[in-house]
Design a protein around this ligand. Structure first.
Ligand code: AMP
Length: 308
């Protein structure tokens, strides 16, 4: 019972107030797969790159227990490139350029071996491609999906069709407002869950994440880091940790979903400590569990009485 990840693989050029980096490994599927690989593997990746995609990145993904049978390498094409610049408020990011290149004509083909996967993470790509992936699968048990303002604004009808087939939607607060035209996040969450996903996770950058399911709202803090180097991929890394943990445990109870949110937040907190995917390349499960414990202490007030 595999874990399938579909999304972008990219060469990212990122500028923060502290430093900049050129053509580093990035992309939604890259971050999701690397994060998930600490919990469950091999992770089955489906995506596309050009023939200029560095060999060392292929080796890195393979070393991290990521199965690349579904990776298309298009001869003579260039890899998808993305450039972003962060402001002093690292929640604010300008996209400097998006060069689709090999991604432009991407047709996700799911290898037969992956079609039986029961856990699926649809990284942020064109909703029509996300639908095409679902059409090729045999009865997945849990479909987790990410999207962004670009698709909400430009392809809302297709996105709405997709959402009917999704179990968990992970988006940020501004995207939830955009999708529903509702400024209040609690009301927006109710509206989104009527569109299809039984479970909604709202990411709020340095303010943590909220899980909405049944009548439960669970709020997880963000880890208070002193050095945030590069927020790129934090959302994807969250999604990878979240689904990776659920895939490892095969338990979709509400307590375990809450645990998965904390594991997702833990992975995201590592991701932002270094540029690109660096922090996700040689973590250990012990380190991840330590961070989970720190999260627990951060917001635990079980011992406190309501009054003295
Ligand atoms: P995040 O910081 O979680 O929003 O994800 C950033 C990653 O998304 C970067 O590594 C980019 O390469 C990738 N990315 C940016 N724009 C797009 C897009 N339009 N489609 C697919 N991937 C993208």
């Amino acid at each position: 019972m595999g874990l399938l990840v579909v999304g972008s693989l990219a060469l990212d050029s990122v500028e923060t107030p502290f430093d900049k980096i050129n053509e580093a490994l990035g992309g939604s599927a890259t971050y999701i797969s690397l994060a998930a690989s600490y919990f469950s593997g091999p992770v089955e990746l489906v995506g596309v790159v050009g023939s200029d995609f560095p060999r060392e990145y292929i080796d890195l993904l393979r070393r991290n227990n990521i199965d690349l049978e579904g990776l298309q390498i298009i001869e003579g094409e260039k890899t998808f490139r993305w450039g972003g610049k962060y402001h002093y408020d690292l929640n604010v990011r300008d996209t400097l350029f998006t060069e689709l290149n090999a991604f432009q004509n991407f047709n996700p083909i799911i290898p037969e071996r992956f079609q039986k996967s029961k856990f699926v993470c649809l990284g942020n790509i064109d909703p029509l491609l996300q639908i095409r992936v679902l059409d090729q699968l045999n009865d997945p048990q849990l479909v987790v999906c990410d999207t962004m303002n670009y698709w909400i604004e430009g392809m809302k009808d297709d996105l709405l069709k997709l959402l009917r087939r999704v179990n968990v939607l992970i988006i940020n607060d501004s995207e939830a407002r955009l999708l529903t035209n509702e400024p209040n996040l609690i009301k927006a969450s109710r509206l989104i869950r009527k569109l299809g996903p039984e479970i909604l996770i709202l990411k709020k950058g340095e303010h943590g994440a909220m899980l909405f399911m049944d009548d439960t709202i669970f709020s997880a803090p963000a880890y208070p880091l002193e050095t945030i180097f590069d927020p790129t991929g934090a959302g994807d890394t969250f999604a990878g940790g979240f689904i990776g943990y659920l895939h490892k445990t095969r338990d979709l109870s509400s307590d375990n979903l809450k645990r998965a949110v904390i594991y997702g937040s833990s992975m995201a907190s590592f991701c932002v400590e270094q540029f690109s995917t660096k922090a996700l390349e040689d973590l250990s499960y012990l380190k991840i569990q330590d961070r989970f414990r720190e999260f627990k202490n951060l917001s635990n007030f079980d011992q406190l009485e309501i009054d003295k």
